[in-house]
Design a protein. Structure first.
Lengths: 438, 131, 528
């Protein structure tokens, strides 16, 4: 018996008798002898809770987290402040431990939370219909590609080099199976240069802001896509959407994105969640769970999973996706966080990020040898080109307990600013870089 | 429609689809799904017919009917070209449950080979297959 | 023994301070302009007009209509919502195919440690040795459980792992210059299997099962041609039965050069007892949110790592967690993290034959922490014991149901010893008592348990799939059997009660058809 099971010797004897067998072994009679593992698993002995706690705490202590350094590292996930109420609410048993809401009468909490989350994402993206979450950002881009493929059956994607590299790769991985081409559109001065499109293009995919922090002209891009009958897909960063024109209002058909910055910790890359919103005509192509409002027998308002005929458990090989388990708890964290920020708060946060980022870019590009890699307006992240020993600069930063950002290239750094990065910390980064280059 | 009904004047395909041929217009037929089909599906929530002009082939699927818990292929009992579709079903898909042989009709077809109807079953033969 | 007789027209429901008229207000409806929970840090950099930084034409004219509420309102709102949820910590949850076993509380503390929760995924490996070592150790453990040496932790859920498996198969055949177009799945397969096949660009071919619920070997032999890329199976099957012919099945599949894929959803029956790799499977996925205790979260997060054989290894997703001798790598541990180990753990991107990435970064690391803690807690003996007790509990529950007379109305679809789950058919109950499996499930809600899985697998008429798991006490199983028997007795007297159930839940039966016909998928918000 381990601490998670409760069958005593007495229980065992009586249970075996009730079943009508003499041993546990008899219940495995269907497993052929040749397939029995005739040794222990190659694992160590089990440990007490206290021992496991000690061992895993020691492992965690060997990581340099955002608590241990001043981090300007972004490139897809960001060191935002997660308010205490998020963790407190999502750690409740009633949210943490149930399964997907297949019995809606006893799952109204989770279903209503999904409905609220869908509403929040719809507001951010400017599209009427959101699902209840997908895994994360990059695989959401690949899933959006699958939607386009099912929608128009064409053979080619045009994807901006400004989309997160992991998303581009995820799309390429899946597109191979669909025998579809993935054409990369380059960036110039930070913005996407679309090639001439034709009716072989299934979808045009861009990011907003893009990987280099620049704000793309979505309206033009969507128009170009629609002119050849292609879908316009945008991978968006949710906090900047507090400030920017919603992609859905600029003609974008599908908005997806990474939700980590909405109330989820960095978690070394996961779990977080992906969001996925579509225009009305694409509603029946939407992957994943969707919660819908309805009434019960007594006329009381309630929620159910709806449009399930899109999904794998009903549509099987004709489903819009194979997704089953998604990221419901992380999406709940997201809607709690967005409620905490609130209508005004999200705007204020995005404005603060914009002003601090502008300051950071000014300070850094004032350093001899450091220049802005592009001149586009930015909200939370920007690349700089460094003429000099960037390796040495980075080492100097590490020694000062600073993580200066993501190494984009031999001579390029991508610097991210969140509301946790104070002016003093930005100044420290600048001084350290300047000192190292001098 | 609460109880099973299989009107005598219709011809039936084994996969639970019916065809009505009005003697006045022998080269046209109306298609729909039978009481058994709508009962198995449950409450119909969505139906979009294919476009007018689409060719349909006897025994092959030409559209789908969606209920809350299932999606069903609808097979054409006879071959031909769609000349009309039941647009009212967009707002009122439950007509397929309530009146599968009347207001729940799906499409009207100009037949390419009316003699195919001979291969379909009459009401008695079809309902015998259901027990 | 508890009996609850609620006449169909009863309006009395458990009245408590947990139900109030404004229960169904959404957080948006509680909003009032001016309320707030968040205050931004003060602006400490020189203020610039926003127009100078972001031209007005790029900015939204109207803010997103997020709620305006204070912290206490948010806490109370979601707290009250939570109380309208049934959950595993609170009650028995025998959902077949879902493995609803206890979620150890230690795991939440460990996942929340700053070294885990506050670690950026792009942190340089030298400064993430604890995380990488944990992932490496988890990989080794899963490899031994699967009986296949090479593991990728990247897929985010079981379906994602399935997709990886089929894409790996494609890469394997393409590397050999072979073009294959079909994937075989049994008709009893979980819906994710055929959906995955289509997503990966293959055609689904269904396999028949024989009267005992096993794969029909004749059908398999007929359909296993060199057009077939893969056979996807779970063992035990979704019927809770071990496939006795698995060695022969593997032989047939391998003879035509196809791969054999293992859907790990039912692994809880065989950990430490039998291994998919030894059965002949080439690719295995694990559901860490099933056998390895990651809490289900109401629909995720989960994780779907895969284990593969040597011949599939070159195609694994990128990056892979690898281990190198520390001195040879020339790496030094991070500032505070002196490298005590002889090993340096790294992320290897140099994989020329890899299928590429399936998602960003390294996968659901927070889930890995919990699963690894579980594996370290149980060890080799504990994992095997978990499977033994899972199978014991399922057989015991079946025996108790028989003793209580339940099986007369709900016979076992396959009347023999089961593994970790078993299927009953509600067809006799429907014919004799006039209530369907759905009605039975809804009436169970009134008894404070979550019903088993209903109407799956599709092969069994009015199916009820029960999986108690190993973490339930015998008393809980006894009580559940009695409860089921009680519901059947009640139905024999008055079937209307179950048909109108549930009565005591926060809402009663919901109009799902109405929800699908009149779609309301978000809160409409009046413009300001």
């Amino acid at each position: 018996m381990t601490r998670y099971t409760s069958i005593t010797d007495v229980d065992l004897r009586e249970m075996l008798a009730e079943i009508g067998v003499d041993s546990v072994e008899e219940m495995f009679a269907d497993v052929p002898a040749a397939l029995r593992l005739n040794r222990s698993l190659a694992l160590q002995d089990g440990l007490s809770e206290q021992q496991v706690n000690a061992e895993l705490s020691a492992l965690a202590a060997r990581n340099i987290s955002a608590d241990d350094e001043i981090t300007f590292l972004g490139a897809g996930m960001y060191d935002h402040y997660v308010p205490a109420l998020v963790d407190s609410i999502i750690s409740r048993s009633e949210f943490l431990t149930p399964y997907t809401p297949y019995q809606p009468e006893v799952s109204q909490g989770g279903l209503q939370a999904m409905f609220e989350y869908q509403t929040a994402i719809s507001e951010l993206t400017g599209l009427p219909i959101s699902n209840a979450s997908v895994y994360e950002g990059p695989s959401a881009v690949a899933a959006a590609g699958y939607l386009a493929k099912l929608h128009n059956g064409r053979r080619r994607f045009v994807i901006s080099a400004g989309v997160h590299p992991h998303a581009i790769e995820a799309l390429q991985t899946l597109a191979r199976g669909w025998e579809m081409e993935v054409e990369l559109a380059p960036l110039e001065n930070g913005l996407t240069q679309l090639p001439d499109l034709d009716d072989g293009v299934s979808a045009v995919i861009v990011a907003q802001p893009n990987f280099l922090g620049a704000i793309e002209p979505l309206e033009e891009i969507a128009a170009a896509a629609h002119e050849v009958g292609a879908l316009a897909i945008c991978a968006a960063d949710p906090i900047p959407l507090g400030l920017l024109v919603p992609p859905g209002e600029q003609g974008i058909d599908v908005v997806v994105g990474e939700g980590q910055t909405l109330g989820n910790h960095l978690n070394y890359g996961g779990p977080s969640f992906g969001f996925f919103a579509v225009s009305e005509p694409l509603m029946r192509r939407l992957p994943g769970r969707i919660a819908g409002q309805t009434r019960d027998l007594d006329g009381k308002l309630g929620y159910v999973l709806t449009l399930q005929t899109r999904e794998q458990h009903i549509r099987r090989e004709k489903a819009t996706s194979n997704i089953c388990t998604a990221q419901a708890l992380n999406a709940l964290a997201g809607v709690i966080y967005l409620s905490w920020l609130g209508r005004q708060g999200l705007v204020e946060l995005a404005e603060l990020l914009t002003k601090r980022t502008a300051y950071a870019r000014e300070r850094l590009t004032a350093i001899p040898g450091v220049s802005a890699s592009h001149s586009q307006p930015v909200i939370r992240e920007f690349p700089v080109t460094v003429q000099g020993d960037l390796d040495g600069v980075i080492d100097a930063c590490h020694s000062a307990h600073i993580n200066p950002g993501y190494r984009l290239a031999e001579d390029q750094l991508l610097v991210a600013i969140t509301e946790r990065r104070t002016r003093a910390e930005i100044d420290l980064l600048a001084d350290t870089i300047e000192g190292a280059l001098a | 429609m609460a109880d099973p009904e299989y009107p005598e004047d219709l011809r039936y395909h084994a996969e639970h689809d019916w065809a009505r041929i009005d003697p006045a217009t022998p080269d046209e037929a109306t298609f729909g799904i039978t009481w058994y089909a709508q009962d198995s599906l449950g409450e119909v929530v969505f139906f979009t017919p294919p476009a007018v002009g689409t060719t349909v082939t006897a025994g092959e699927s030409y559209t789908e009917v969606e209920s809350v818990k299932a999606v069903s292929d609808v097979l054409a009992p006879l071959s031909g070209e769609i000349i009309a579709t039941n647009v009212d079903l967009a707002d009122n898909p439950q007509a397929i449950n309530e009146d599968p042989y009347g207001a729940g009709w799906l499409v009207r077809v100009k037949l390419s080979d009316p003699s195919e109807a001979d291969a379909l079953m009459d009401a008695a033969t079809y309902s015998a297959t259901l027990s | 023994m508890s009996t609850m007789v609620i006449p169909p027209d009863a309006t009395a429901r458990a009245v408590s301070n947990l139900q109030s008229a404004d229960d169904t207000l959404t957080i948006f409806e509680r909003s009032k302009p001016g309320r707030r929970a968040f205050t931004p840090p003060p602006l400490d950099v020189p203020d610039r007009p926003l127009d100078e930084l972001i031209p007005q034409r790029l900015r939204r004219a109207v803010p997103a209509a997020l709620p305006e509420v204070s912290e206490p309102e948010i806490v109370r709102h979601y707290n009250r919502l939570s109380k309208r949820n049934f959950d595993l910590d609170t009650g028995f949850y025998p959902l077949g195919s879902c493995t609803m076993k206890h979620n150890p509380k230690l795991h939440e503390r460990l996942a929340a440690l700053p070294g885990n929760a506050r670690l950026h995924p792009l942190q340089r490996p030298a400064a993430a040795q604890g995380a990488l070592e944990l992932m490496w150790n988890l990989q080794q453990a899963l490899a031994d459980i699967a009986g296949l040496p090479h593991v990728s932790l990247q897929p985010s859920a079981g379906s994602h792992g399935e997709l990886a498996g089929v894409l790996l198969t494609r890469a394997y055949h393409e590397d050999r210059g072979e073009v294959r177009t079909k994937v075989l799945t049994p008709e009893t397969a979980h819906g994710t299997n055929p959906a995955t096949v289509t997503m990966a660009g293959y055609e689904v071919v269904k396999l028949a099962t024989d009267p005992d619920g096993n794969i029909d070997l004749d059908d398999l032999s007929a359909k296993a041609t060199d057009e077939v890329a893969c056979l996807m199976l779970t063992n035990p099957s979704t019927l809770g039965l071990f496939e006795p012919n698995i060695a022969r099945i593997a032989q047939i599949v391998h003879e035509v050069g196809a791969t054999l894929y293992y859907d790990g959803a039912n692994l809880n029956a065989i950990m430490g007892i039998s291994r998919p790799g030894d059965m002949g499977f080439d690719i295995v996925h694990f559901n860490l949110h099933k056998s390895f205790t990651q809490p289900h979260g109401g629909g995720g997060p989960g994780a779907g790592p895969i284990a593969v054989s040597d011949r599939i290894e070159p195609f694994l997703p990128r990056p892979q967690v690898v281990r190198r001798a520390a001195e040879a790598s020339g790496e030094v541990g991070g500032q505070r993290a002196t490298n005590e180990s002889e090993w340096f753990f790294d992320l290897d991107e140099d994989r020329p034959k890899s299928i590429g990435r399936l998602r960003g970064f390294q996968g659901n690391y927070g889930v890995f922490v919990r699963s690894y803690a579980y594996i370290r807690s149980l060890g080799h003996d504990g994992l095997r014991e978990a499977s033994e007790v899972a199978v014991l509990n399922a057989n015991y529950l079946l025996a108790r149901l028989r003793a209580e007379g339940v099986l007369e109305q709900l016979p076992a679809a396959y009347p023999r010893l089961c593994m970790h789950e078993f299927v009953l058919s509600g067809a006799p109950m429907k014919a004799n008592l006039g209530i369907k499996t759905l009605d039975l499930a809804k009436r169970l809600l009134d008894h404070g348990v979550h019903p088993p899985t209903v109407y799956f697998p599709l092969l069994v008429d009015e199916a009820l799939l029960l999986e108690p798991t190993e973490t339930e006490t015998r008393e809980t199983l006894d009580r559940f059997a009695q409860t089921l028997a009680g519901v059947l007795r009640e139905a024999a007297e008055d079937p209307e009660i179950a048909r109108g159930a549930p009565y005591t839940t926060p809402v009663r039966r919901l109009d799902e058809a109405g929800a699908a016909r009149h779609l309301v998928l978000r809160q409409p918000i009046a413009s300001p």
